[in-house]
Design a protein around this ligand. Structure first.
Ligand code: ADE
Length: 278
């Protein structure tokens, strides 16, 4: 996979050479291009932003600087108008353009999985009050897969940290990235229909007076699996009832249903419902 990242602070992305992502680059699984947006400016101040039309605080990133940069990364000629962009549908569809934006849908594991199948990702990091609102529409009109994501309900100083999060969540799903694929499948949000993962323990069996759950020492795999499944249902019910509500009741076994009923769920319809309502 090729990943291009555009930012006015390209040094933010030096971390990509560390740890598993560094190894993935060595193995040729992923190749990064880190670009400074100011390289596409033509004025002496290398300015990338301007005041918002209509007034208001802060600065907005100029569409022409971004478009020159993105056209270069996509290897396309600039177009004169949105009409031309509309007519140019079906351009190289292997590139996905991703813009972090606090006012966008939340990035989830499902999005990471989708992005992990792309051949070419281009991330554009906004700063200040963000990028000109015409930019995503301009590339979507040309047939590109353009996505805007927030990484959570809080505002960061810019998109760099959000892009680091999305890149890490995405690249670790590329085939061959993780030594042990099972560990990805067992994780929260991916395995077990999205239930939160059970807690994990290692040796010693007793530490500072606290013992690991006895069943985990039994060697009885069926009991261990059941114990872990129950833990996941309990944790998810307490911490993320929205995930329980999305479960498919037909995929719950008898013991799942019994436990969920004890935890205050009605499990006879398509999806569990809370007895007390939410
Ligand atoms: N830019 C600023 N805050 C952000 C957020 N929460 N998610 C994505 N991009 C952002």
């Amino acid at each position: 996979m090729r990943i291009d990242i555009v930012s006015v602070f390209p040094e933010y992305f030096n971390v990509l050479d560390l740890s598993l992502l560094g190894k993935a680059q060595d193995k040729g699984l992923v190749e990064f291009g880190i670009h400074n947006l100011r390289d596409w400016t033509h004025d002496v101040h290398h300015s990338v932003d301007d005041t918002p039309v209509g007034g208001g605080a802060g600065m907005v990133m100029k569409p022409e600087v971004w478009a020159q940069c993105l056209d270069d990364l996509l290897g396309i000629e600039p177009l004169e108008s949105i009409e031309q962009a509309d007519a140019a549908t079906g351009r190289d569809s292997s590139a996905v353009l991703v813009f972090p934006n606090p006012s966008a849908p939340t990035f989830t594991q499902k999005d990471a999985t989708e992005l992990s199948h792309a051949k070419h990702l281009i991330f554009g990091c906004g700063r200040y009050e963000g990028y000109d609102g015409r930019l995503p529409a301009y590339y979507a009109a040309q047939g590109y897969d353009v996505r805007e994501y927030s990484i959570g309900d809080y505002v960061l100083n810019g998109g760099e940290v959000a892009v680091s999060v999305m890149v890490e969540a995405t690249t670790r799903l590329i085939d061959g990235f993780m030594g042990n694929h099972a560990s990805i499948e067992e994780e929260s949000y991916t395995g077990s229909e999205g239930l939160l993962e059970h807690r994990q323990y290692t040796k010693p069996a007793t530490w500072r007076g606290m013992s690991v759950p006895e069943v985990l020492l039994s060697g009885h795999h069926a009991n261990i699996d059941r114990f872990r499944r129950d833990e996941e249902l309990r944790r998810t019910s307490a911490l993320r009832p929205d995930i329980i509500e999305a479960l498919d009741c037909s995929r719950l076994d008898k013991k799942d249903r019994k436990l969920l009923t004890e935890l205050g769920w009605i499990v006879n319809g398509d999806h569990p419902r809370s007895k007390i309502g939410r």
